[in-house]
Design a protein around this ligand. Structure first.
Ligand code: FAD
Length: 480
């Protein structure tokens, strides 16, 4: 099957929805593709339960010209009849992007002519392409992190948001992410228990980062209110503590921790054991750059923006003509930036197409809001950052690539042999070539490489990805 659209948007999270809203009503044929069963991406999924319609944000959201909080974004979302010209395909995965903005998409069986339980393939020509593929969580591997019951903070959230299932009756929360408190509150709201929140950051580090929130004091306020809520519920909170091991035979039953010094190094003789039936842990976010890399878009490395990010100009156009990027993939900075960039990218596309987009001051206001998000990006990414010493300290028997079962010891061995670039280390170890195609281990492998070799990101090189970037049944290729 082959189809053509004026604009194709990959991702219907905050950025994708904001872009589609802005592009609607200009006589364009627009396709929005998302692999989730419903629109919304990471934060709006439970608010966008399947409807035949569409979603838009209350226009008052950007009128103030100030940064937009996640809470306001969620509150301002409202269902609307699907605008003319907009087609949404869910449970459809973009597997690759080829020259001249040709997309290879795996679509579910109801959309395939004839019947096929495996779905089928679709080729889509995009006049303009907007990539809004969001982010995923990153991890610091430890002994036992692959045991059932150990999960990411986001996975625990998704369990509750999508299926109303608690991770366990008692959940231990750990890592460095601001999602810790959000998750704890959600668990309590769903009548679960939080054994403790173990934050790797010391209070002094958080205090030192506060000036970066100068345009976002409301976020500091939101954080303080969340903490207060947890303290009232008597949730135990410890700072400067890292999980070093998850123990259990068939599932996690106990978690071992160590106290950290101010530089994030483990303090010998400080280990403690917590009994736990679920451990939710995370260390910030990594942009989902597989598709932009496939499309040939240039990347930049910026630790303050979450690592490798898609390079865009002021109009959010990537280094590939007519390919735009918006949201977390241009730098991790939360939903506010995704909202503003989705709108700005859409305005840029409309301008290129010669469509009237209203007064310039509207776009200028959005650009101002986008700039204000930079401080929050630094705050967020520095808060989540793990020191190089933590990667150096990973034991040899810890698995790094769980799909191909590659251990830290094997990675050390290959680095010592001279495989010190991202590409060569991947080939030497097969790390990242398994079922998840590096979704989980690729950012970790990169951080290990930096920590163990002392090289700069430019010396190690950016990751490469080939189609298909996601798993797909072979039978789908055979379906006519
Ligand atoms: C697990 C997780 C939980 C989070 N929870 C919160 C939270 O509680 N509060 C908060 O403020 N922020 C949270 N965030 C941060 C969040 O990324 C942003 O706040 C916001 O969702 C970003 O919007 P976005 O549109 O840029 O990306 P997203 O909302 O992530 O949307 C990207 C969309 O692209 C789709 N996609 C990606 N690749 C493909 C492909 N190949 N084919 C088809 N579709 C594709 C995805 O399915 C997704 O729906 C979370 C992030 C993660 C990773």
């Amino acid at each position: 099957m082959k189809q053509a659209y004026d604009v194709v948007i990959v991702g219907s999270g905050v950025a994708g929805i904001a872009a589609a809203n802005t592009l609607a009503g200009h006589g364009l044929q627009i396709l929005v593709i998302d692999e989730n069963p419903q629109a919304g991406g990471q934060i709006l999924r439970q608010h966008c339960r399947v409807t035949d319609g569409f979603w838009e944000f209350d226009p008052r959201l950007e009128r103030s010209g100030r940064t937009v909080s996640t809470q306001k974004i969620v509150q301002s979302l409202r269902p609307v009849p699907r605008p003319k010209g907009i087609t949404c395909v869910h449970q459809a995965r973009v597997l690759g992007i080829f020259p001249d903005r040709q997309l290879l998409v795996h679509v579910p069986d109801p959309l395939c002519p004839g019947s096929s339980v495996s779905g089928c393939m679709m080729e889509i020509d995009a006049g303009y392409l907007l990539l809004a593929t969001g982010a995923r969580e990153r991890f610091l591997p430890f002994k036992g992190w692959t045991l059932p019951g150990v999960m990411s903070l986001g996975a625990a959230q998704i369990l509750m948001k999508s299926s109303g299932i608690l991770p366990a009756r008692h959940t231990l929360i750990a890592g460095t992410s601001p999602l810790q408190t959000v998750l704890a509150l959600e668990i309590l709201k769903n009548k679960g228990n939080v054994t403790a929140i173990l934050d790797e950051n010391h209070f002094a580090k958080k205090l030192g980062l506060l000036p970066l929130l100068k345009h976002h004091w409301y976020l500091a306020g939101e954080g303080a209110m969340q903490m207060l809520g947890l303290m009232i519920r008597k949730v135990r909170f410890r700072q400067g503590v890292r999980v070093t091991e998850a123990r259990g035979k068939n599932e996690v039953t106990a978690v071992v921790t160590a106290d950290l010094d101010r530089k994030g190094n483990k303090i010998p003789g400080t280990s403690q054991i917590y009994s736990a039936s679920a451990l939710a842990v995370g260390h910030g976010f990594s942009p989902n750059i597989e598709l932009p890399v496939q499309a040939g878009c240039a990347l930049d490395y910026d630790a303050d923006r979450g690592g490798w990010v898609v390079r865009v100009d002021h109009a959010l156009e990537t280094s590939v003509v007519k390919v735009y990027a918006a949201g977390e993939i241009t730098g991790i900075a939360g939903a506010g930036k995704s909202f503003v960039e989705g709108k700005l990218a859409a305005l840029s596309i409309l301008e290129k197409l010669g469509k009237k987009t209203g007064p310039d001051r509207y776009a200028q206001k959005l650009v101002r809001m986008q700039k204000q998000q930079r401080g929050y990006a630094s705050f967020l990414n520095q808060l989540c950052q793990v020191p190089a010493s933590a990667y150096e300290a990973i034991d040899d028997d810890v698995l790094i690539c769980r799909c191909e079962e590659i251990s830290m010891g094997e990675i050390r061995k290959q680095i010592a042999k001279g495989f010190v670039t991202t590409g060569s280390l991947k080939k030497a170890t097969r790390c990242g070539m398994g079922r998840c195609q590096g979704r989980i281990c690729q950012p970790v492998l990169f951080d290990i490489l930096l920590a163990l070799t002392g090289q700069t990101p430019d010396q190690t090189g950016s990751p490469s990805f080939r189609a298909p970037v996601k798993n797909v049944p072979m039978a789908a290729f055979l379906h006519p």
